[in-house]
Design a protein around this ligand. Structure first.
Ligand code: AMP
Ligand code: ZN
Length: 130
């Protein structure tokens, strides 16, 4: 069985940081963010334009542009890690009654930032959107 921790580091070099990518700049600390969580493979931070009382993004530290690019089996552990963090981090932020999790992919998916990110939205309704 594959060691889950080994998958993200096995990513191809094409996932090196993109100097023009706003989320790579956040990972590098060149743009500030309100951090929720950080570990070796991912960063989570509050969305700058929240749809809900709690709205944060979980991103890989690797520059993986879209979910299409994460389809390679080597990224399965990373994707599982991101999904598993969603309920844990939501709970840590006081979300107790459920949440939405969303990955927009490509133009028709209304993906605006070309660095894979998992939206996690929760908190009491009504929400601004969603
Ligand atoms: P998407 O449409 O899925 O690509 O969503 C991109 C999300 O990134 C939006 O919800 C934006 O509000 C959010 N966003 C863009 N720039 C920043 C930033 N500097 N810090 C935090 N969130 C951001
Ligand atoms: Zn990036």
């Amino acid at each position: 069985m594959t060691d889950p921790a080994s998958a993200p580091s096995a990513a191809p070099t094409t996932h090196a940081a993109d100097p023009d990518c706003i989320f790579c700049k956040i990972v590098a600390g060149r743009i500030p963010s309100r951090k929720v969580h950080e570990d070796e493979h991912v960063l989570a931070f509050h969305d700058i334009a929240p749809w809900a009382p709690v709205h944060f993004l979980i991103i890989p530290k690797l520059h993986i542009p879209t979910l299409y690019d994460a389809a390679d089996p080597r990224h399965q552990a990373l994707l599982g890690h991101m999904l598993g963090l969603a309920p844990r981090l939501a709970t840590s932020l006081g979300v107790v009654n459920g949440f939405r999790s969303l990955i927009n992919t490509g133009p028709d998916g209304h993906q605006e930032v070309g660095h894979l990110h998992l939206h996690v939205m929760g908190g009491p309704r009504p929400w601004a959107r969603g």
